[in-house]
Design a protein around this ligand. Structure first.
Ligand code: ATP
Ligand code: PRP
Length: 231
């Protein structure tokens, strides 16, 4: 069978992903012209490459329309319910690192932990006449972390598709859940990560859709082996 591997077509993971594949002995050749979104791997005739954005890759893994993808763990866990049942994380690739975190305004001096935040959330309506609001694009991860892991139910998520760190200062939310790598954007916006507020330490991963057709397919094992050997 032909195995389709999706690699980032743009963005911060694109170059690292193609360098890794090269090191794994899988040299990628564009099919058609330079702007083509398909490729193949030199001397691997049963492999096809699709170039997609990192977030599309997580969606297509969920649909099972690609066999493997290189994308961020955060995008997979946010995009797919019960991700581990639908995909296998075959290798952590050591680039695209970012933490998904809960951050509060620096001036919330008494709030250091999720338990403290739970107390704030419980009092919020009495004090302010509304629920605590959280700006994020990570709905699923936020709900799992707050409700299932920490038993905090009294909050409202405000969807944020950009400049999330600005939400507390602009008044559109009280706190945020977002990714951070150096921490400089949080600092510039006077926000602080709670001591136990790291929801996920994400990085780029080689992810396999759990397709039944993979059972006993030699090229599936060969691809995983090749990528792991390059780490
Ligand atoms: N500083 C960072 N900021 C944002 N994402 C980062 C950062 N460092 C690593 N990443 C990771 O990069 C991935 C997002 O990459 P990118 O922005 O290229 O993807 P995308 O969401 O498909 O792009 P777009 O939003 O342009 O469609 C996520 O997995 C994220 O965790
Ligand atoms: O901890 P730091 O190193 O400051 O990085 C974190 C920031 O980087 C990303 O934004 P970016 O401006 O790269 O663009 P994006 O939101 O479009 O991904 C991300 O959304 C955070 O805002």
């Amino acid at each position: 069978m032909t195995i389709t591997i999706a690699l980032p077509s743009k963005g911060r993971m694109k170059d690292d992903a193609s360098t890794l594949f090269e090191r794994a002995g899988m040299r990628i050749i564009a099919v058609g012209n330079d702007r083509s979104y398909r490729g193949r791997v030199e001397d691997w005739d049963d492999v096809e490459i699709a170039f997609l954005s990192a977030s599309e890759i997580s969606r297509e893994l969920g649909n099972g329309t690609i066999d493997f993808g290189v994308t961020g763990e955060d995008l997979v866990r946010e995009g797919l319910a019960e991700a581990d049942k639908r995909v296998e994380f075959c290798a952590r690739l050591g680039f695209g690192r970012a933490d998904v975190v809960v951050a509060v305004p620096e001036i919330w001096l008494d709030v250091d932990t999720m338990a403290d935040l739970g107390d704030v959330a419980a009092d919020f309506r009495a004090r302010h006449g509304r629920r605590l609001t959280i700006a994020t694009k990570y709905w699923r991860l936020t709900q799992q972390f707050f409700s299932s892991q920490h038993g905090i139910q009294l909050y409202r998520i405000v969807e944020s598709l950009g400049a999330t760190e600005g939400a507390p200062a602009s008044g559109s939310a009280d706190i945020i859940v977002d990714i951070t790598s150096t921490g400089s954007t949080l600092g510039a916006n006077h926000l602080r990560v709670l001591n136990d507020g790291v929801i996920l330490r994400s990085e780029a991963c080689l992810v396999r859709a759990r397709n039944e057709s993979h059972a006993g397919e030699p090229s599936v094992a060969r691809i995983i082996e090749a990528v792991r050997s390059a780490l």
